[in-house]
Each structure stands twice: as structure tokens, then as C-alpha cells.
Ligand binder design. Structure first.
Ligand code: 4HQ
Length: 249
């Protein structure tokens, strides 16, 4: 997969996409992250990319010209079509479902705004989709683009050393992840649950599913409300609730 990022701060994206799982995915040729700086398409001596908002008000906006040329240049770099995504608090919230959708594409173009954002005509005519990483305000779209690149990059086939780890992630089945433990078995902070050392894999699977359901019920009832529970899940969640109430009464 190829991800092009249109940004006034290409070093930020290069540094984020160069480390860890995503950096390794690039080294393995599974992912290609490239940047394009709209400033390189400015036409005046000062290389201006911003303008004052009509109607007044604080801050500056990114102007159409350099953005249009940057998008055009990035699109024509390959024959494949690419969706143009603008990162903004006005967008639809990024979910693992959306991440999976992006991860299946051959190409993606991420447009990062600075200042107060971009001229609305860019959003209307040149952008296919707006995505938000959450209800808070960043100083630019780069951090949000880095979030998309990380979440999408780690899902490329062969990026994770253990293919199972993506399937076990929180949200992949619509629920939170279960708790995890490693050595030592016994510590001043507490002991590892006995069941995990029993070697009984059927029981361990049930315990983990019960914890995932229980935590989702406690912490993210909104998630739980959106998944359909089979007979086992309903029984495990009932068990968790009973034990939780007994422990907290
Ligand atoms: N911004 N999710 C304003 C965000 C943001 C978010 C990006 C700040 C765009 C112009 N992006 N700029 N939240 O806060 O994606």
C-alpha cells in the first residue's frame, strides 16, 4: 500500500512512519509512505501557502492553489486511483472498522491542515472524505495523519510478526481486549490468575472472552450495545456481572 501525505511538516510524518512496526513495514516493502509539501507549489517569492479569512476573524487558512497542485501532483504519481482524506474535527470519527477499510486500499492520500484549516472549496471539490481522530483540537492534521498511518500500516500483511495479534486486538471483534500477564507469576503487585497457568486452553479461551466482555460492560457499554452476543457470550457476561456484584457488595 502507498500512503501519500500532503503536509507543511514532512519531517514530522517521515519520523513517525520510520520507526517501530510501521518503519519495519516500509523496510519490508509492504507500505510506502511519501510526503508532499504544498509550499513547493507556492508561486510567489515568499512561498506563501496561507491567506486571511474573508469575513474577518482570527487566524489564517491554507489557500487553494498550492493544495490543488500538491493533490494533482500526488495523484498523478501512480496510475491507481486514491481516496483523498482530510483530517479534521469535523470528520467522521476514526474507528477500527474505518482503519480496516483504509488498510485494504492500494493507495490513500492524507491531507493535513495547519492554521485554522483549508479553504472550504478544497473540501467540497478535492477531498473525498473527512476523518477525525477524536473530539479535541490539534494544532495541525499531522498527528492525526500519523495515527491513521500507524493503525493502517500495522495491518498490512506481514507487518506484525504474529499475524494473530491483529485478530486479538481491542475492537477487532467489537469489544475491548482481555487483561494480559507475564512473569513473574508472583509479585508484591499481585499474582497471575491461576487459570492462565493451567494449560487448559479451552478454559483459558473462555476466561479471556469473559474478561473482554466484562471490561467492555464496565468501561465501554456503548461498544457492548453494538455487538450481538451468542449463547456463550451471554452466559459469560452474566457470570462476570454476578461475580462483579458479589465482589462489590
Ligand atoms: N485538527 N482529528 C485543526 C484536528 C483533528 C482532529 C486537524 C485541528 C486540522 C486544521 N484532525 N486542523 N481532532 O484537531 O483530526
Amino acid at each position: 500500500m502507498r500512503i501519500d501525505v500532503i503536509t507543511l511538516f514532512p519531517e514530522f510524518i517521515d519520523s513517525c512512519a520510520g520507526i517501530g512496526v510501521v518503519g519495519r513495514a516500509q523496510e519490508r516493502g509492504l507500505l510506502q509512505v511519501t510526503t508532499c509539501n504544498p509550499r513547493d507549489f507556492a508561486t510567489d517569492n515568499h512561498r506563501t501557502v496561507d491567506g486571511r479569512p474573508f469575513g474577518g476573524g482570527p487566524g489564517m487558512l491554507m489557500t487553494i492553489g498550492p493544495l490543488r497542485d500538491a493533490i494533482e501532483s500526488v495523484k498523478s504519481a501512480t496510475a491507481q486511483s486514491a481516496r483523498v482524506v482530510y483530517l479534521s474535527p469535523q470528520g467522521a470519527r476514526l474507528t477500527q472498522e474505518k482503519v480496516l477499510e483504509f488498510a485494504r486500499m492500494d493507495r490513500l492520500i492524507l491531507l493535513c491542515g495547519r492554521y485554522e484549516g483549508v479553504d472550504e472549496r478544497v473540501l467540497e471539490k478535492l477531498v473525498d472524505e473527512e476523518v477525525s481522530i477524536g473530539d479535541y483540537v490539534l494544532s495541525g492534521g499531522e498527528l492525526a495523519a500519523a495515527v491513521v498511518i500507524d493503525a493502517v500500516g500495522r495491518l498490512q500483511d506481514g507487518a506484525l510478526n504474529d499475524a494473530q495479534s491483529a485478530e486479538q486486538d481491542s475492537f477487532t471483534d467489537g469489544l475491548l481486549d482481555c487483561p494480559h500477564y507475564t512473569r513473574p507469576v508472583s509479585d508484591a503487585l499481585g499474582d497471575v490468575p491461576e487459570i492462565l497457568m493451567s494449560g487448559d486452553h479451552a478454559m483459558i479461551r473462555r476466561w479471556r472472552r469473559k474478561q473482554a466482555l466484562g471490561r467492555s460492560w464496565l468501561r465501554r457499554p456503548d461498544l457492548l450495545a453494538r455487538v450481538s452476543l451468542d449463547d456463550e457470550a451471554r452466559a459469560l457476561l452474566d457470570e462476570f456481572r454476578r461475580e462483579h456484584r458479589a465482589a462489590n457488595s
